[in-house]
Design a protein around this ligand. Structure first.
Ligand SMILES: [Zn+2]
Ligand SMILES: [Zn+2]
Length: 242
């Protein structure tokens, strides 16, 4: 009887709110309460098999570092390790879009276990004492109603027991980074953050959490602020890497 009632409930839900794949738009089967169809799910892939040892980007031709991170010791990156759960492609972009702009915050529950897997695969992450979400400006927070990186961090925190600390505040409402060159992005994001709780992060290892990492300029700027405020180590874990 219970099973029958659940089936009826699903049929009603399906009729009222038919679900379609966030990526290709195909109708999802009745009992599927997920976000992607089977084919699009299959297309989700983690970076690799060869990745840059620092920023985690897929290296098509192998090697240890991407062009940007080559000689990374000499370049003194403040964020020593960036890893992402997924490569940026059509389905992963659709998930991020759904989370961020269509306000399907439940997508974070789907992404967090994938990020947790990436975390476990990288022993450096295991020493971390806090997750610090990359903040958005309070004006944007008011428009959107939530910070997608904070939602991801909170879901990850449930899975890993690593606490979330909102240690950064965005003081500059930067323009969208999407149409900017790498150099412009770095300039645009400069001095956009301050550390709001230097006492708590002193000598701590921190994992920055972000939804998408593109050039890494935002993460590096956040890491710079946290290191300056006394953090021992700053890493970053993102849902996707463009
Ligand atoms: Zn699909
Ligand atoms: Zn790299």
């Amino acid at each position: 009887m219970k099973k029958f009632l659940i089936k009826i409930k699903n049929i009603v839900l399906h009729l009222l709110f038919p679900r379609t794949c966030f990526c290709c738009g195909i109708d999802l089967p009745l009992e599927d309460r997920g976000f992607l169809c089977k084919d699009c799910l299959k297309k989700l892939k983690k970076p690799g098999p060869f990745i840059c040892q620092r920023c985690g980007i897929t290296l098509k031709d192998g090697g240890a570092h991407c062009f940007n991170c080559r000689g990374s010791k000499a370049k003194h990156f403040k964020c020593s390790l960036i890893r992402s759960a997924l490569d940026f492609n059509e389905p992963s972009r659709a998930l991020i879009h759904g989370l961020k702009y269509e306000k399907y915050t439940n997508i974070a529950k789907f992404l967090a276990p994938l990020m947790q897997k990436t975390l476990i695969e990288n022993p450096d992450f295991l020493e971390a004492e806090y997750f610090v979400p990359v903040p958005i400006h309070k004006k944007r927070l008011k428009q959107r109603g939530f910070n997608q990186s904070e939602i991801l961090a909170k879901e990850l925190s449930i899975l890993t027991s690593i606490p979330v600390l909102n240690a950064l505040t965005r003081i500059k409402n930067t323009k969208s980074q999407t149409k900017l060159t790498k150099k412009e992005r770095a300039e645009n994001i400069k001095e956009a953050f301050i550390c709001s709780c230097p006492k708590e992060i002193k000598k701590k290892a921190i994992i920055l959490i972000d939804d998408v990492c593109t050039t890494g300029a935002t993460i590096e700027e956040c890491a710079k602020v946290l290191k300056k405020a006394g953090a021992r180590e700053v890493y970053a874990l993102c849902a996707t890497k463009e």
